[in-house]
Each structure stands twice: as C-alpha cells, then as structure tokens.
Design a protein around this ligand. Structure first.
Ligand code: 5AD
Ligand code: SF4
Length: 441
C-alpha cells in the first residue's frame, strides 16, 4: 500500500508565502502527498517563490537549473513553481525551463488539486489568473494537523497602494479582504488544534475591510476584537501595515485589547519627504512621527519595527540624512533595510539610479544605527519580566525557546516547560539575536 507520494516545498519570501505553502501542502495531502524535507526523496518539488528581492526570477531559473539532473535521473518527478515569480513570469517559465510541469499563481491555489491531476497524467499545467471565485472558500477547512502553538492566518491579499518601487500590486493584484466569518471560523479551528497565538497576514493588512454580518463592513480592529473573544487564544498579531491605514479604532485596540501584542511592524521606507513623494507613499515623515506618537500614547511599551529603502532614485545625501534623523527621533526596536533595486514594470525602475557604491555605503550606515537601537532595546529588557509563549526545545538540554510579547526570542532552562505554555520570565542576558531568561517564581 505505498500510494503515498512525497512533496518537497521550498518557501521563499514573506510570511504570506509560509501560510500559502501550508495551504498548498494541505491541498496536495488530498492527492496523496505527504511532506518530506529531502528534495532527493520527493515525487513533487514545489518552489513557492518571492518577487520582492533583486533578480528574483533569475534566482528561480538557477534553482530550476540545479534541479535538472534530479529530474533527468527521475523522469516521474514533477516540478512546480508557485508564488509571485510564477505570477510574473507565467508561461515563460515552462518555455525557458521545460523540466517545469506546473506554474501556479497565488490566486489559483484552490485549483491545485485539479492541476496536480493533469500533471500526473503527463500534461503541463499553468494557472496565473485572478479568478472571480473565492479562493479561501474553495480551499475549505483546515485539516487536523498536529501543529505548534503559533499560526499565520491570511485575512487580506493584494495592494492598491502602488508604491513606485514595489511589485506586489502587480503580482498579488488588487486588495481583497476575506469575509470576517470565514476568518473567525479558521481561527477557531486553529485554536481547537492547540494554537495560542495567531498572526493575521496581509500585504496591506490594516487596510482590511471584510464583509461582516448583515451587510456590515469590518475593519481590522473590529476583527481583532472578535478574535479577542475566542477562548483559548492568548495572543494576536498582525503584519504588515501601511501608515495611512492606521485608523483610530486600530490605535485604540493597541491600548485596550490585551491579546493584541505590543509589537508593530510599520514600514516608513524613508525619512525624506521628497523621496516619500517620489515613492508614492502618500504620507510625510512628520505624519509618520506624529502617528507613532499616537500609537505609543495608547501603548507606551510598544516595540516598533520598520522597513527602509536606501538609494531610491533621486535620493541625495541630505535625503539619506533625513532617514537617519527619523530613525534617531522615532527609535526602532528592530527593522529591515534594503538597497533599492529595480523591479521591471514598476515606475522607479525607469528612473536615473543612485550609484551602487553610494547605496552600499548608506545601507551600512543605516544598518549600524538600526542595530545599535535594536541592541539597546534588547539590553533594556535585562532585569525585566516578560511573558513567553514557548514553541520548541532549544539547542541545550532542558532548554525551551519561545517569543516574548515583543517578539524577542527568549530561551529558558527549565525541564517543566511544555510547548504552548505561557510563562512569566525574567530576562537575565541579551545576546545578538535572542534573550536568555529564567522562570519567575
Ligand atoms: N527594492 C528594495 N527594497 C524593496 N522592498 C520592496 N520593493 C523593493 C525594491 N524594489 C522592500 C520594502 C518593503 C519590503 C517588504 O521590501 O522596504 O516594505
Ligand atoms: Fe508594496 Fe506595501 Fe507599497 Fe503595497 S503598500 S505597494 S505592498 S510596499
């Protein structure tokens, strides 16, 4: 009875892709696939790709090139490309790399079972439509997998903002929010399976405006309050957001909703109004600073995270200095920073580019500042008590690792701790990427 086929999924990019990979694995489980961590073992290899980084498509083609010998040794092996590169490249992928059997865009994952059947029959299968039907509805209920205490839950996809550097509005399409009842149902199913922390996902998650009961439209804050009422769910997070969608009810929730964790990823990208305008961000540096003040007034201990781009076309020394000034003024607990790089098809790709050496130098300076702020934020935790949701064993004996409410990784040596426990922990030491603590009491 060895009908079981093995599936290897390699996931690139954002948490949205992590969620999508899980849902694809669940769909393919219905086609007889179990997941393997070994590509050499697999009957199907699926690359769930990301288009946000530089030369994303080229990197996928090189990865496919590396899979060629495996496919030749094992002609029955099926190879699929999913995610944003699949969406952007479409049938070009099969034209350039004929070892690929299946190309599926992020809006078509609910059609994966039918696509797999076609592929199993020896056909090539391609779907990069933006279909009318509700993908999530078709994906159906989440199966009873044995899972950890944290989960992602996609509530919104796509983006209408069209920042001049970004491919998301092209690869993920226009903003679509899932109906609230569907999300609440999925959250309850996750909690029934032992999940204690849910991170709501969306490319522009705080723009969420899903259908509520009786023709109402729910905001993200309204949805968070509904999830707050689920017994057994202890923590709620959401990512990633646009400053212009930080509505009053969401800011209030940061102050009033105990399950909403004091961590916020709110990208600003630049501290120069000239650059923000050229990026089509539709807010000023001052507006961002005032907004953070308001959120901190609601939740003073909030740990703020952000994204920055240096060397955007037209960025002068003075503009870059304005970014450093904003970072100094606001203070970030952690952040991601990137050199601008062109994405074909986006407006900024057509503009005069900043010199590469200049970009490198600016990135180093910004990262030095951001790391010093991150270190200071971590060191300030030493001596304090935090609440930790434990997720898995650590590297040492009797050690468990989890996350604080501020999303710091915290490890503790205590044999009594179980996966899924939430315990009060006193921080005793700060290491570069984690904190060490001991149980309180
Ligand atoms: N170049 C550099 N960074 C980019 N990002 C998005 N597009 C680009 C690009 N073309 C960064 C932004 C965004 C994060 C997810 O990736 O900072 O917030
Ligand atoms: Fe891209 Fe975010 Fe801007 Fe949307 S808001 S275009 S996802 S950077």
């Amino acid at each position: 009875m060895s009908q079981q086929k093995k599936l290897y999924i390699k996931t690139y990019g954002c948490q949205m892709n992590v969620y999508d990979s899980e849902r694809m694995a669940e769909t393919l489980a219905g086609q007889g696939y179990v997941q393997t961590a070994q590509p050499d073992d697999a009957d199907m290899i699926l690359l769930n790709t990301c288009h946000i980084r530089e030369k994303a498509a080229e990197k996928v083609y090189s990865e496919l090139g590396r899979l060629k010998p495996l496919k030749h040794a094992k002609p029955d092996l099926k190879i699929g490309v999913a995610g944003c590169v699949a969406q952007a490249e479409g049938k070009e992928i099969i034209a350039r790399q004929p070892i690929v059997d299946l190309v599926v865009g992020p809006q078509s994952y609910h059609r994966l079972a039918a696509m797999e059947a076609a592929v199993a029959a020896g056909e090539k299968s391609l779907d990069t439509d933006f279909p009318e039907e509700d993908k999530f509805d078709r994906l159906g209920k989440r199966p009873a997998a044995n899972r950890g205490p944290t989960a992602f839950l996609t509530v919104q996809e796509g983006c209408d903002k069209f920042c001049a550097f970004c491919v998301v509005p092209y690869t993920r399409g226009a903003e679509v929010s899932r109906p609230a009842s569907q999300i609440v149902q999925e959250a309850k199913e996750l909690v029934d399976r032992g999940v204690r922390e849910i991170t709501l996902l969306g490319q522009n998650v705080n723009a969420y405006h899903g259908q509520g009961p009786e023709g109402s439209v729910w905001s993200l804050a309204r949805l968070i309050w509904e999830l707050d009422a689920i017994e057994g769910l202890a923590r709620i997070r959401y990512t990633t957001s646009h400053p212009n969608d930080m509505t009053d009810d969401l800011i209030d929730a940061h102050g009033a909703c105990e399950k909403l964790m004091p961590y916020l990823h709110l990208p600003v990208q630049s501290g120069s109004d000239k650059v923000l305008k050229a990026m089509n961000r539709k807010h000023s540096a001052e507006a961002y600073i005032r907004l953070i003040e308001r959120i901190r007034a609601a939740r003073p201990d909030l740990l703020l995270s952000g994204d920055f781009i240096v060397g955007f076309p037209g960025e002068s020394d003075a503009d870059f200095q304005a970014t450093l000034d904003l970072v100094e003024e606001v203070g970030f607990g952690q952040a991601y920073s990137f050199k601008y790089s062109e994405r074909p098809g986006t407006p900024a790709a057509e503009r005069v580019q900043v010199d590469e050496a200049e970009k490198t130098e600016r990135l180093q300076r910004l990262q030095a500042l951001l790391s010093s702020q991150q270190r200071a934020a971590q060191e300030a935790m030493v001596g304090q008590s935090v609440s930790v949701l434990f997720e898995k064993p650590g590297r040492l004996a009797d050690q468990m690792v989890g996350k604080s409410e501020f999303l710091h990784a915290v490890h503790v040596k205590a044999p009594s701790i179980q996966k899924g426990d939430i315990r009060s922990v006193r921080i005793v030491e700060s290491a570069p990427n984690s904190l060490a603590g001991e149980l309180v009491g």
